[in-house]
Ligand binder design. Structure first.
Ligand code: PXG
Length: 462
């Protein structure tokens, strides 16, 4: 009989205790988790959009893992692609004048499917690594172009570009910077195009132009001759699914071109069909000079990331020469690239992007719109299968509940009611697998409504 102090191996209680004792999980309050009786929920398997935990519960995964499992769980052919590649050639590097077939085949495929002009690729294993690569590439490019003083970067508050020191400097999450000596010198931030919180009563399109103007003002303040690049997520995901007004991105692109500042789209979340376009840059009408990809590139089945680079930058690298002193052991990992190729084949064969654009995306928007009359819902917004629900105390003034507790409360209710959603401040955000059915969307929204009711009750509202 296992005792309370010593649970039997590989049981829920044992995993929880070993987790508390030995694993330092990301973005976790260790004091809180290690001291809590409940411990972590142990997820043991998954199929489609459904997760199973070790205690037999079935959870609807409204977040596609962490915004990444685009083709859903349980895809045998991705496992087979990895298995076959591992037997053939599990690993070989792409340093020192060698290459292997999968990264080459994937590079050709990515050049074909990403927006016009992006036709070269530098691989990594995470979004963070790829955004670090952007910093290096941009600085290297301007040096080769005879403008070595173009070193600095502009991005936005609430941006998430990763957790390494350079990518967290590009990001605009203050808690990730304060106390860590970040941002590094040369990284600047402007307000996000977040109409709901920053709109000041302006018409959204006018607000979009004002938010873009802040980018220009910042470039001029630093000096255009010192700015290497502007980086932004077409839709800020971890920052709260901030969907900019249509006026924003074309204006940012015009400003970047005017001041010879590279435009970098971080499509780590928005890439591979999330918005109902293969890449959100297509929706917003921009042609970035670089684009970072991760997550949906393999649907999270294995780590892989990429920086897409324009032909113009690629030509400068090729024509001006000089070694690019940068790379990772796993740049162009053959097994990860083989999985990415199989994953993209699924997205194409199952017509997932069109389905998101024409069927499931509009269905999610319609069902979310029905939540707008809920007493604590201030706004719902979505594009394709990425969306947010704003929780407010006052629908008119957009005033939040005191203490910033509403999001966390609602998230905990969702988790207890077997639907996984994220809370970002007081926004509930969602990004389910692109394979989610209309019935499963109905289920997701109906569970969310129940949890909104419970949250309203906790807050004494409605
Ligand atoms: N760019 C964007 C837009 C991201 O969302 C990264 C880069 C970094 O990718 P890696 O692979 O290094 O994690 C991300 C990651 C959350 C959450 O809580 C979001 C991310 C990661 C972890 C948690 O919403 N996005």
């Amino acid at each position: 009989m296992p005792t309370r102090d010593k649970p039997a191996r590989n049981t829920t209680a044992w995993w929880r205790e070993a987790d508390r004792k030995h694993q330092l999980s990301p973005f976790t309050d260790y004091k809180q988790l290690k001291g809590s009786e409940a411990g972590a929920r142990i997820i043991t398997r998954a199929e489609g959009v459904w997760l199973n935990d070790s205690e037999g519960a079935r959870l609807l995964d409204g977040m596609a893992g962490l915004w990444c499992v685009n083709v859903g769980y349980g895809r045998k052919e991705l496992a087979e692609a990895a298995y076959e590649q591992m037997l053939e050639l599990p690993y070989y590097n792409t340093f020192f004048k060698t290459a292997t077939p999968p990264p080459v085949e994937l590079a050709e495929k990515l050049a074909e499917i990403t927006p016009a002009g992006l036709d070269m690729v530098f691989y990594g294993s995470s979004g963070s690594e790829s955004n670090d690569t952007v910093v290096r590439l941009a600085r290297f490019y301007w040096k080769l172009r005879g403008k070595p003083e173009k070193q600095q970067f502009v991005s936005r508050t609430y941006a998430y570009h990763g957790s390494t020191m350079a990518s967290a400097s590009l990001g605009g999450m203050t808690p990730m910077q304060e106390g860590f000596g970040l941002p590094l010198p040369g990284f600047h931030h402007v307000d996000p195009p977040y109409w709901y919180d920053f709109g000041d009563g302006l018409d959204p399109e006018e607000f979009g132009r004002r938010a873009a103007k802040q980018v220009e003002d910042k470039i001029l303040e630093i000096g255009a001759d010192k700015v290497a690049a502007f980086i932004g997520e077409p839709i800020q995901g971890a920052g709260g699914v901030i969907i900019p007004p249509d006026s924003y991105w074309p204006e940012v692109q015009r400003i970047c071109r005017k001041h010879e500042v590279l435009l970098v789209a971080d499509e780590v979340i928005t890439g591979f069909g999330r918005t109902g376009h293969l890449f959100a840059s297509e929706h917003f009408g921009i042609e970035p000079d670089m684009m970072t990809l991760a997550k949906g590139i393999t649907s999270g089945y294995i780590p892989l990331s990429a920086v897409m680079v324009s032909g113009a930058i690629g030509r400068t690298l090729a024509e001006e020469g000089g070694e690019f002193f940068h790379g990772y052991t796993y740049s162009g990992h053959p097994t990860a690239c083989a999985v990415a190729l199989a994953n993209i084949a699924i997205i194409e064969r199952e017509d997932l992007v069109r389905k998101v654009r024409e069927e499931t995306g509009p269905h999610l928007a319609k069902r979310l719109a029905e939540l707008a009359d809920h007493p604590i819902v201030g706004e719902v917004r979505s594009l394709g299968l990425i969306g947010a629900v704003e929780l407010v105390a006052d629908k008119k003034t957009h005033a939040r509940f005191p203490g910033g507790r509403a999001g966390g409360l609602c998230r905990d209710h969702c988790f207890a009611n077997d639907v996984v959603l994220r809370a970002v401040r007081d926004s509930m955000v969602m990004a389910p697998p692109l394979t989610i059915s209309k019935e499963e969307i109905d289920e997701l929204v109906s569970r969310l409504r129940t949890c909104l009711d419970l949250t309203a009750k906790d807050l004494g509202a409605g």
